[in-house]
Design a protein around this ligand. Structure first.
Ligand code: FAD
Length: 486
C-alpha cells in the first residue's frame, strides 16, 4: 500500500537507525513526518529534577540532529499524547500514524484511544514490534500457552531465533530517507528543560552517556569485556555489566543490533563464556515484557494470587523502617551502599537490586509494592515489566521466583560479592577505615576497635534495624499463609 503522508511517533525508540516503525513508514509513504511528545500525563507525576527527563532531553536533541542530517525533522511537543497525536495528524493532514508496540497496560490503553481517534478521523494506525525480539504470543509452550518459567522459555526463544534469523534483520532507514518530510521553515527550537518545567539533574556530572552515540559507546566498551561477563557481573565493585539498561529502556540502542552482534561474535567463536550469559539476560527482558503483556494483573498484585494474602508490616513503625531503607540507613552496609548508589546515580547493580529488594521484603517485612514504587521513581532504567518481574522474584510471588524460604543473608551476600568492601567504601566513606572482614557487619566489631577508627555506631553509622536471624523466622511465619499452595 502506498500512503501519501504519514507521521512516525517516537516513544521508547529514540533512534534514527534500525527502527521498525520509521522503516515501514518510509517504505510505504511518500512523505514522512516525525514527532516526539513529552507526555504531560507522565511528566506531571515526576519530581522536578529527574535524570530520566534529562536523559530523554539530551537523546531527543541527538535524534532531531540525526533526522535533520537525513533530510527530515523532529516535531517535539509537550502535551497530552493521547489527544496531541490525533490533533497533529489532522493538522499535518497525514493518512497514517506509525509507532512501535508498547506492552505496558497504560500504554496499550493510550494507543487504543489514539488508534480509535485516528480511525474516527478516517486515518490509519500501524504499529510494529521493535523493543523486544519476540513478543506477545510468539514464544509459546508445546500446548500453545505462554511460558511462566524462564529456562524453558529461554530454550524455546533461542530455538526460534536460530530457526528465524530474519527476526534479527535490521530495519534500514538511510536508503529510504528521501521520503522524510523536510524541516518546517523556520523550524521551532526544541523545548528547553526549563520550558518543560524541569531543572537539570546530576546526569551530566555523572557523565552518563546519552542518546544513540552514548548507547553505541557503551556497547563498544562492553564488547571488550563481554568474555568475562559471566564472572564479573556479580561483583558490584567491578565494571562487569554493560550499563545499557537505560539505553534499552529508551531505545537509543537497537536490541536487534545488540543480539545480532553478539550472535555473530559467538558464531565466530568469540565472546567466551560471557556472551551467552549476557544474551540470557536480554532474554529475561523479553520474558518479563511477555509476562506483563500476558498477565497485566501483575501491575499491583502478585503473579501468584495466593501471595496477596500475606500480611505486611504497616503503621508508623513500618513507615520508619521503609524510610530507613530508602535513605540507606538500615545498618547493613551492603544494603545502605546500594541504596546510596541508587539515590546518587539512578543506577543499581543487579546483584544489589536482588539484595536490597530481599532485605526490604524479608528482613523488614515491608510490602514489595512499596519497594517497587521507590525503584520506579529513582531508577534511570525503570521499566515496568523488568522492575515488577524483579520485585515479584524477590518476594517469591512472581513466576519462576525464588522460593519464599530462600532468604538472602545480607552479611553473607556482602562477604561473597564485595569481599574486600570496595563497593561499600565507595558509597559509605565513614566506614572506610574498617578492615575487609569487619566492614560487612560493623555492630559485631568491638567498640574499642571502632573508637580507634573514630566510628561511633548510632552517630557515624546506624545500628542494624533488625537482627537477620530473627527477621528470617518472622518471615517464614508471615509466608506460612502461602505454604500450602507453593
Ligand atoms: P547487564 O547485566 O549488562 O544486562 C544487559 C541487559 O539485560 C540489561 O540492560 C537489561 O535490559 C537486561 N537484563 C539484565 N538482567 C535482567 C533481569 N533480571 N530482568 C530483566 N532484564 C534484565 N531492569 C531494568 O531494565 N529496569 C528495571 O526497572 C529493573 N528493575 C529491577 C528490579 C529488581 C528488584 C531486580 C532484581 C532487577 C531489576 N532489573 C531491572 C533487572 C536488572 O537488575 C537490570 O536490568 C540491570 O541491573 C541493568 O544493568 P545493566 O544494563 O548494566 O545490565
Amino acid at each position: 500500500m502506498t500512503i501519501s503522508t504519514s507521521l512516525v511517533w517516537f516513544r521508547r525508540d529514540l533512534r534514527a537507525f534500525d527502527h521498525a516503525a520509521l522503516h515501514h513508514a518510509l517504505r510505504q509513504s511518500q512523505s514522512v513526518h516525525c514527532v516526539f511528545v513529552y507526555d504531560s500525563a507522565i511528566l506531571d507525576s515526576l519530581p522536578r529534577r529527574d535524570r530520566r527527563v534529562d536523559f530523554i532531553h539530551a537523546s531527543i536533541a541527538e535524534l532531531a540532529r540525526e533526522l535533520r542530517q537525513l533530510g527530515g525533522d523532529l516535531i517535539v511537543l509537550h502535551d497530552d499524547a493521547a489527544t496531541a497525536i490525533p490533533r497533529l495528524a489532522a493538522e499535518l493532514g497525514v493518512d497514517a500514524v506509525f509507532a512501535n508496540h508498547d506492552y505496558e497496560p497504560q500504554a496499550i490503553a493510550r494507543d487504543a484511544a489514539v488508534a480509535q481517534a485516528l480511525t474516527d478521523d478516517a486515518r490509519l494506525w500501524f504499529s510494529f514490534k521493535d523493543q523486544v525480539i519476540f513478543e506477545k504470543n510468539e514464544v509459546l509452550t508445546q500446548t500453545g500457552k505462554p511460558y511462566t518459567v524462564y529456562t524453558p522459555y529461554k530454550n524455546a526463544w533461542l530455538k526460534k531465533m536460530r530457526a528465524e534469523p530474519a527476526c534479527l534483520a535490521p530495519y534500514d532507514i538511510e536508503p529510504h530517507a528521501a521520503h522524510l518530510a523536510p524541516p518546517r521553515s523556520p523550524a521551532p527550537p526544541l523545548p528547553t528543560l526549563a520550558e518543560l518545567g524541569f531543572e537539570p539533574s546530576n546526569l551530566a556530572e555523572l557523565a552518563i552517556p546519552t542518546g544513540m552515540s552514548g548507547g553505541a559507546q557503551l556497547f563498544e566498551q562492553f564488547l571488550t569485556r563481554v568474555e568475562k561477563y559471566d564472572v564479573a557481573r556479580d561483583f558490584p565493585a567491578l565494571k562487569g555489566p554493560s550499563y545499557l539498561s537505560t539505553h534499552l529502556r529508551f531505545g537509543t540502542v537497537s536490541l536487534r543490533y545488540l543480539v545480532r552482534t553478539l550472535v555473530d561474535l559467538m558464531e565466530r567463536g568469540g565472546g567466551g563464556d560471557g556472551a551467552p550469559v549476557w544474551l540470557a539476560e536480554l532474554i529475561w527482558r523479553d520474558f518479563y515484557a511477555m509476562i506483563l503483556y500476558q498477565n497485566p494483573h501483575v501491575e499491583g498484585s502478585a503473579f501468584k494470587p495466593a501471595y496477596d494474602a500475606i500480611a505486611w508490616e504497616t503503621g508508623p513503625e513500618a513507615d520508619e523502617l521503609f524510610a530507613a531503607w530508602c535513605e540507606g540507613r538500615t545498618g547493613y552496609p551492603l544494603v545502605d551502599a546500594a541504596m546510596a548508589q541508587l539515590n546518587q546515580t539512578g543506577y543499581m547493580h543487579n546483584r544489589l537490586r536482588m539484595v536490597t529488594a530481599c532485605f526490604l521484603i524479608k528482613d523488614l517485612g515491608i510490602d514489595w509494592r512499596r519497594g517497587e514504587a521507590y525503584f520506579a521513581l529513582h531508577l534511570n532504567d525503570f521499566d515496568l515489566a523488568s522492575n515488577n518481574g524483579g520485585w515479584q522474584w524477590a518476594s517469591s510471588s512472581g513466576c519462576d521466583a525464588q522460593p519464599y524460604f530462600r532468604i538472602f543473608n545480607p552479611i553473607t551476600q556482602s562477604e561473597k560479592f564485595d569481599g574486600a568492601g570496595r563497593f561499600i567504601r565507595r558509597y559509605l566513606p565513614q566506614l572506610k577505615a574498617l578492615g575487609d572482614k569487619d566492614i560487612h557487619a560493623p555492630w559485631l566489631v568491638p567498640r574499642m576497635l571502632l573508637a580507634q577508627h573514630n566510628i561511633v555506631l548510632g552517630r557515624d553509622y546506624p545500628l542494624p534495624l533488625v537482627q537477620h536471624d530473627e527477621a528470617r523466622k518472622e518471615t517464614l511465619e508471615r509466608y506460612a499463609v502461602v505454604k500450602v499452595v507453593d
